[in-house]
Design a protein around this ligand. Structure first.
Ligand code: SIN
Ligand code: FE2
Length: 216
């Protein structure tokens, strides 16, 4: 099939105040990003975390960087160590750091210095319920969220869970950046549809970069 967008330059779509979608921004780097995800997962494997309420999350997760987002019976928190391996999380690959900084800058947030990268792996049928990213101390820094592989419908709401949701399809290489007035807006991912992506197979990955402001 002729892909009219194969050579297209990335383009931007405003989402709401402080939030922008950078379409295909990461596409040219996708292969190296996926290779780096494999490297990270070799050291800190993907696992399905258990929520403090006792539910097993359908999305599998791992982390890299100085801090990783994790859970236990007490709650959600950032830790320098992977509770599974008891070792430090793998370091943030340089191409991750560069991409996060480039994307934040393109969206109007210069000087983004991520200290945590959560890696989500979605198989068909898995979803991420509506939530706020609110376990960070530094709320002036944006969230930079990179989509790879199978497409998924991203929901983006407001400060209240009941606020109306915008829905947008996130595709391979898309990056969403939200901060400022939208930093604490509710968001989630609808169940990923069955599919077979040339770069990732039956799988969607998401990288979420955060500058937590937490000093361990
Ligand atoms: C997240 O909110 O942590 C992930 C969002 C996504 O997978 O696109
Ligand atoms: Fe999130």
């Amino acid at each position: 099939m002729l892909d009219l967008f194969a050579d297209a330059e990335p383009w931007q779509e405003p989402l709401t105040s402080g939030a922008t979608i950078l379409r295909r921004f990461a596409l040219s780097r996708a292969a190296s990003l996926l290779a780096a995800i494999d490297e990270v997962a070799r050291i800190s494997p993907f696992r399905q975390m258990i929520t403090p309420g006792g539910y097993t999350m359908s999305v599998a997760m791992t982390n890299c960087g100085p801090l990783g987002w994790t859970t236990d019976s007490r709650g959600y928190f950032y830790s320098p160590r992977d509770p599974l391996t008891e070792a430090f999380w793998p370091p943030l690959p340089d191409i991750f750091r560069t991409l996060a900084d480039d994307a934040a800058t393109a969206a109007g947030y210069p000087d983004f210095i991520p200290d945590a990268c959560l890696i989500n792996r979605y198989l068909p049928g898995t979803k991420l319920s509506l939530h706020q990213d609110k376990d960070e101390k530094e709320l002036r820094a944006p969230i930079v969220s990179v989509s790879l592989g199978l497409p998924a419908i991203f929901q983006f709401g407001g400060l209240k869970r009941s606020d109306p949701l915008q829905r947008t399809l996130l595709e391979h290489g898309d990056v969403v950046v939200w901060g400022g007035p939208s930093r604490l807006f509710y968001h989630g991912v609808q169940p990923v549809k069955e599919g077979d992506h040339p770069a990732t197979g039956r799988c969607r990955y998401n990288l979420t970069f955060r500058q937590t402001g937490i000093v361990e």
